[in-house]
Structure formats: structure tokens, C-alpha cells
Design a protein around this ligand. Structure first.
Ligand SMILES: Cc1cc2nc3c(=O)[nH]c(=O)nc-3n(C[C@H](O)[C@H](O)[C@H](O)COP(=O)(O)O)c2cc1C
Ligand SMILES: [Mn+2]
Length: 478
């Protein structure tokens, strides 16, 4: 088995696994879908295929990523850590010893070579081609998610651009507010690669937006890769099969051949519109702000195209597992820089950028602070507002245990670091946008050089007694 090849295969797989329900009554993409999905997500329920969204002929797929199990099905993996290991394996490649290792090494090299996207002549994404006056975004069942939202928003797109200097592709997931039948806003936040491409462009930047992809490629659009790395390559690597691309009909960009829907067009320099409010994953509405306008010049589609959507809002929402996938998949990559990291957890309730809990093999005084500073300098983790560091044996996913360490092991005067730096674009708490305070909490055991008294021993039962009680458990009549 391999991860699903396109959205249709994914839907069939979900259906076979009892992970998808078809909803046939007419349902309104204006708010009604959100309330249904919110209840289903919070109950750990299935993906939903709304077959008759109001005022559209396109079915709407939602909650495809809403549980850990579906996320694992998407990657065809037992666990998300297994997906991370696939990546870690190639990141940690060493010169092979002996024949067996050499063969394994070659396989890994092949998997990297095969991950390069390949251009094919045609694809189902272009079965229908609409241009000029035929372009009409209102034909799609685009959701207005929350009552205070400014308009309908496309929420699960893969936005494709090229760096005007180098030609390197970028794929990112950025919400798009519908402005009229043929234009949307493009919510390129200040730290993102798509925005960098836009800022580098003189005049116009061509843009293509793919909707309705196989789940791994859709996930890859949300992955925090360095700017020069093509997200389609990551998708190919994780799928074990190259992403197939076709040339756009009206733009000099390649788009996934298997997409359900593709929007082609351009963004012109300094052509901005007020975007928002939008009820975002922070749990609050983001206020109106100027963002670039995307002019849609062509729409290509599969016949009977299915429109994909996601609702974000107060956590937990469907995007929780997209975020958790990134957390697990990128752990080995974080460890390349910081091998002392045992594990980390970005709590869903912390909207991912608000809090990182990290466990380390502490080896020297100031080690926790070193890790905090390194994380504050590492990719998108640099936006983390607070970092909690615990010792290696603490389970970072057990928030009660973490709370115990934070309260028991911390002298607030000595172990709390308050500094400042860049913050998430959407963080409403700091006095200024983009920049503000950072909190580091060192909840590790303290060394004498860190101005601590001899650290007490933690209470742990001896192995001998534990084994004895396990052995005798049946005798106690408990
Ligand atoms: C459902 C969802 C919606 C997102 N919406 C936005 C958005 O509107 N703007 C944005 O800058 N990032 C958004 N993100 C995060 C980006 O997709 C993520 O940072 C990605 O790495 C951006 O790609 P880039 O690094 O190539 O810019 C969203 C992520 C998800 C999962
Ligand atoms: Mn990128």
C-alpha cells in the first residue's frame, strides 16, 4: 500500500475504513457547515462529504484530517512518528558499513531522487477549463465559517508561486477571502515564503491555487520548510512517489495533475485589499488588514470536482492534527540541530505558536537556556511565545506531569527567562504586531553552578518491589 494517489482514492479509502459519511440533505456553506463540523470534530467523528451544498453543484469535503487515525491513513503509516523516522533516516545518513547497509543506503538515495516532482502531459485537473467571463468563484461551495467573518474564505488551498530570482517553487496554505467572482485576498503572513516571492516580484507575480489534492500533498502545503525547499518534493518523498504536475493553462507554473480544482491568475505589486475579519485558529477574529489581491483568470477542474474545506477556530479544531503531523514529522529535523532534544510537544490549546514543551538530556549549566535560544532561532519555531524545558524522563505529552515539574522545579526568580523577539502574525496579545515578549521556563533539575542547593532525589519505587507487586497482583484480590 501507498498513500492515496488523489482525492478520490482518499475518499474511497476513508469510506472503506468507516471514516467518512456522506451528507445528502442540502446544507448551507454559510455557517451551517461549520456548526455541524465543529460538533463532529469535537466528538472525534468522521470526515464529511456534503453532497448538496446550497447554491453549488460541487460536493464539499471536510474533516478529512480530523483525527490521528485519519492522519495515519493519509500517510499510510502506523504512527506519525513513523513518518518522522522516514525523514530522519535520510537526514541522518552516514557512510554505510557493509553490503546490507550499502543496499539500504542506495534505497534511501533512490527515495530522495524519486521525490523530485515530475511534469506530465495532462491530468484530470484540466478536464474542464474556464476562462474570462466563465470564471466564477461563487459556483464553488466556499464557506463563510463564523458569524463575524467578512466573506466566504477558501481555507484549504495549496498556493503555488515561484521565487522571481531563482525560479524555486513554493507551495503554502494561506486562506483566501473571496472579494468578488474573480478575485480573492491572499493572506500571506509576514514570515511566510509566499509573501517573500511576492515582495521580490516586480510588477506581477503569477499564482496558481490547487484545491482537492491527495492528503499528503495537501499536508505538505502547510509544512514549515526552508524557503528554497519545494513542498512538492517533501510530498513526493513522504508519498514514496513523485508528485505529478501539469503546466498551467494560462500561467507559467506547474500544478498537481490530480487536483480537483485549480485557480490560475496573478497578484500585482501594491494591489491590496482589506482582508478580514476572519475567525482564526487563535480562537479569535483577526481584525481587517491589507493583503494582496489575487486575480483569477482561469479555473480548471475535474469533471464533478469536489471542493475541500477546513474550519479553524477555537482549538481543538480540524487543523490540530495537521499541526501534530508537523510536530512529529519535523522532530528528527529539529534534532539535527539540537541532538539533546528527547521530545517536544506543541499543545493544541496553545495554537502551536504559543507554547512549546521540550525535554532534553541536560548535560551542563545553562543547557535549558541554550535550547530555548536555539528554538527561538529555528524556522517557524522562532515564533514560539513560550518554551518550557523539562528533563529527559518527563513525558512532554503528559501536561499534568509537565505542570508538576513547572511548579515543583522552578524558582521564578532564577528559572524564568523573559526576552523578546518575533511573534506570530496573528498574535493579538503583544502591544505591537509581530514583535513582543517571550517566556522561557527552565523546569529541569538545577546544578550547583546554576545557583541551586543540592537537588533532592525524586521519589521512585525500587524495581525489585515493583516486579514483586506485579507478580503478586492476582493474590491481593484487588
Ligand atoms: C488550515 C490552515 C490554514 C492556514 N492559513 C494560513 C494563512 O492564512 N496565512 C499564512 O500565512 N499561513 C497560514 N497557515 C500556515 C501556513 O500554511 C504554514 O506556515 C506554511 O508553512 C506556509 O508555507 P511557506 O512556509 O511556504 O510560506 C495555515 C495553515 C493551515 C493548516
Ligand atoms: Mn515554503
Amino acid at each position: 500500500m501507498a498513500p492515496p494517489g488523489d482525492l478520490r482514492e482518499w475518499i474511497s479509502l476513508l469510506e472503506r475504513e468507516g471514516e467518512l459519511l456522506r451528507v445528502s440533505p442540502e446544507v448551507d456553506p454559510h455557517l451551517e457547515v461549520t456548526e455541524i463540523v465543529d460538533r463532529v470534530v469535537k466528538a472525534g467523528g468522521p470526515a464529511l462529504l456534503f453532497e448538496n451544498p446550497r447554491a453549488s453543484t460541487h460536493p464539499l469535503l471536510i474533516n478529512q484530517f480530523g483525527t490521528e487515525r485519519r492522519m495515519c491513513l493519509a500517510f499510510d503509516a502506523e504512527s506519525l512518528d513513523e513518518v518522522g523516522r522516514r525523514l530522519g533516516d535520510v537526514l541522518e545518513m552516514q557512510p554505510p558499513q557493509g553490503l546490507a547497509e550499502k543496499v539500504r543506503g542506495l534505497k534511501k538515495l533512490k527515495s530522495i531522487a524519486d521525490s523530485q516532482p515530475k511534469t506530465v502531459r495532462g491530468g484530470s485537473a484540466q478536464e474542464v477549463v474556464l476562462t474570462g467571463d466563465e470564471v466564477d468563484l461563487s459556483a464553488l461551495p466556499i464557506q463563510t465559517c463564523w458569524p463575524g467573518d467578512a466573506a466566504p474564505f477558501i481555507t484549504l488551498p495549496a498556493v503555488i508561486t515561484k521565487d522571481p530570482r531563482t525560479g524555486t517553487r513554493n507551495v503554502g496554505m494561506y486562506r483566501m477571502q473571496v472579494l468578488d467572482e474573480r478575485s480573492t485576498a491572499m493572506h500571506w503572513q509576514i514570515h511566510k515564503d509566499g509573501r517573500a516571492d511576492y515582495l521580490l516580484a516586480e510588477g506581477k507575480l503569477e499564482v496558481a491555487v490547487a484545491l482537492g489534492l491527495d492528503p499528503v500533498t495537501a499536508y505538505a502545503a502547510s509544512a514549515p520548510l526552508p524557503k528554497h525547499v519545494d513542498e512538492f518534493m517533501l510530498a513526493g518523498f513522504l508519498k514514496g512517489e513523485a508528485v505529478e504536475l501539469v503546466r498551467g493553462k494560462t500561467v507559467d507554473l506547474e500544478v498537481p495533475a490530480n487536483a480537483e480544482i485549480v485557480l490560475e491568475g496573478y497578484i500585482a505589486k501594491d494591489d491590496l485589499a482589506s482582508e478580514g475579519p476572519f475567525g482564526d485558529h487563535t480562537g479569535y477574529y483577526t481584525p481587517p488588514e491589507l493583503f494582496p489581491v489575487f486575480h483569477v483568470e482561469a479555473i480548471t477542474m475535474r469533471r464533478d470536482a469536489i471542493y475541500p474545506s477546513i474550519v479553524v477556530g477555537k482549538p481543538p479544531a480540524e487543523d490540530a492534527w495537521l499541526g501534530k503531523a508537523t510536530e512529529r514529522i519535523f522532530l528528527p529535523a529539529v534534532r539535527v540541530t539540537l541532538p539533546e532534544i528527547v521530545d517536544y510537544d506543541l499543545p493544541v490549546a496553545g495554537a502551536f505558536h504559543n507554547c512549546v514543551i521540550v525535554s532534553i538530556r541536560k548535560a551542563y549549566p545553562g543547557h535549558a537556556q541554550k535550547v530555548m535560544h536555539a528554538l527561538w532561532g529555528l524556522g517557524m519555531l522562532s515564533l514560539s511565545k513560550s518554551i518550557v524545558v523539562v528533563d529527559e524522563h518527563v513525558n512532554v505529552h503528559d501536561y499534568a506531569d509537565v505542570f508538576f515539574r513547572v511548579t515543583a522545579n522552578v524558582d521564578p526568580k532564577r528559572d524564568v527567562l523573559i526576552t523578546e523577539g518575533p511573534l506570530d502574525h496573528l498574535d493579538h496579545a503583544p502591544g505591537r504586531q509581530f514583535y513582543g515578549g517571550k517566556l522561557g521556563i527552565d523546569a529541569t533539575h538545577k546544578l550547583p553552578e546554576e545557583d541551586a542547593r543540592p537537588w533532592p532525589e525524586e521519589i521512585v519505587m525500587s524495581d525489585e518491589i515493583r516486579e514483586l507487586v506485579t507478580r503478586r497482583w492476582g493474590d491481593y484480590g484487588l
